[in-house]
Write a protein that binds this ligand. Structure first.
Ligand SMILES: [Zn+2]
Ligand SMILES: [Zn+2]
Ligand SMILES: [Zn+2]
Length: 372
């Protein structure tokens, strides 16, 4: 993530999630047209805010529910529309039932993770087509509950089918329980996972979406994918049954796969590897934006020309090098884990990147930059 600063003249950081500058107290928000966090002046016009000489309105989900900080630029003379949604929110096809008061803060966490996901996808220049552009397979999000939020998602809701976090034909469903820290922690322990986050879910599920968009429709890439990840035509149901029969202590997957779940089926291997690629890019960019050195000292793999590239180019551009990204990540993730240990926290990145996983990451990198 980039580092944004308010234009009020202080060096006050405007975090990507901010809704107010802590220094000048003005409303702040993210503008998709400008790819920037800005602070806004109020105007005499109701619901209209000014920044950089342009008029803006808040996204409906910002103004009414504070689950979003999206700002929408208004053309001259255009009046604010109370129903207008920002770029991130317009992908929602199902949002949590707000008659349940506990749902609002959970929905806010989902939107925060989703916005960060979309920021990375835009930085990579990936196509993001909505349901209007592609009615059958455009991207959409459904945030749904199948249990009661009041008891951390222990009791099933009457008349509600089970909700499975997953991707189907462009629609990404996230079970609202994943936004509840107690419920997510319980799931993490039950599955024997070292890492389970909302952001991780979004990054994983969008990997399935891009498999459909970038690989399934591209015979050459599909052939290469099968060489690296295996044949996805193997029965998914059989793979799922096998996976859930295996003990959490079985670590035969280590080395070949980034996680136990990745070893379940070639589709999951792709989605997990894709998610890790996004973890790396976002975290490395953040470290660099805050002036933290992420280069491996004396590493032969680093092309010195690339170090001078602007940060977007270095990690997100077509000239970025996967060797550079992975080498820096392996170095930096050790630092990250050491910092967490100093704070008495579990490792932020409890994974090992082997040569086999490097090859898979390189394929993800190549696939992303094959676009356009
Ligand atoms: Zn300010
Ligand atoms: Zn919004
Ligand atoms: Zn998956």
């Amino acid at each position: 993530m980039k580092r944004f600063v308010c234009d009020c003249g202080t060096t006050q950081s405007l975090f990507f999630e901010s809704s107010r500058c802590l220094s000048c107290q003005r409303l702040s928000g993210y503008c998709y047209k400008e790819n920037a966090m800005l602070s806004f002046d109020e105007t005499k016009e109701s619901g209209v805010f000014m920044a950089r000489g342009s008029r803006y309105q808040q996204c409906k989900n910002y103004r009414h529910h504070q689950v979003c900080n999206g700002m929408i630029r208004l053309a001259n003379e255009v009046q604010p529309n109370g129903e207008a949604l920002c770029f991130a929110c317009h992908f929602n096809s199902n949002v949590p039932d707000l008659d349940v008061p506990e749902h609002l803060p959970l929905w806010r966490k989902l939107e925060t993770a989703k916005r960060r996901l979309l920021f990375t996808l835009q930085s990579l220049g990936l196509p993001i087509r909505d349901r209007e552009q592609e009615p059958e397979a455009g991207l959409s999000f459904s945030f749904m509950a199948d249990k009661t939020a009041g008891d951390h998602f222990n009791s099933p809701l009457a008349d509600q089918e089970p909700v499975f976090t997953g991707h189907a034909n462009g629609n990404i469903t996230i079970n609202l329980a994943e936004a509840d820290d107690v419920a997510r922690h319980a799931a993490r322990v039950a599955m024997g996972e070292g890492y389970r986050t909302l952001l991780g879910h979004f990054r994983h599920e969008i990997g399935h979406y891009y498999w459909d968009v970038l690989i399934a429709r591209h015979p050459v890439l599909l052939g290469e994918y099968r060489k690296v990840f295996g044949d996805e035509r193997e029965s998914y149901q059989d793979a799922l049954d096998r996976h859930y029969k295996r003990s959490n202590d079985d670590d035969s997957w280590k080395g070949e796969f980034i996680s136990r779940y990745a070893s379940m089926h070639p589709w999951e291997d792709w989605a997990e590897t894709w998610a890790h690629y996004l973890h790396m890019l976002d975290t490395l960019e953040t470290a660099q934006a805050y002036g933290i050195v992420t280069e491996v000292e004396n590493a032969a793999v680093i092309d010195t020309k690339e170090i001078t590239l602007p940060q977007e180019e270095r990690y997100y551009g077509k000239n970025s090098s996967i060797e550079d990204i992975v080498s820096n990540w392996i170095y930096f993730s050790v630092v990250l884990n050491a910092l967490n240990r100093s704070m008495g926290l579990p490792d932020a990145y409890p994974f090992v990147i082997s040569d086999a996983i490097r090859a898979k990451l390189a394929f993800v990198h190549r696939t992303i930059h094959s676009v356009g």
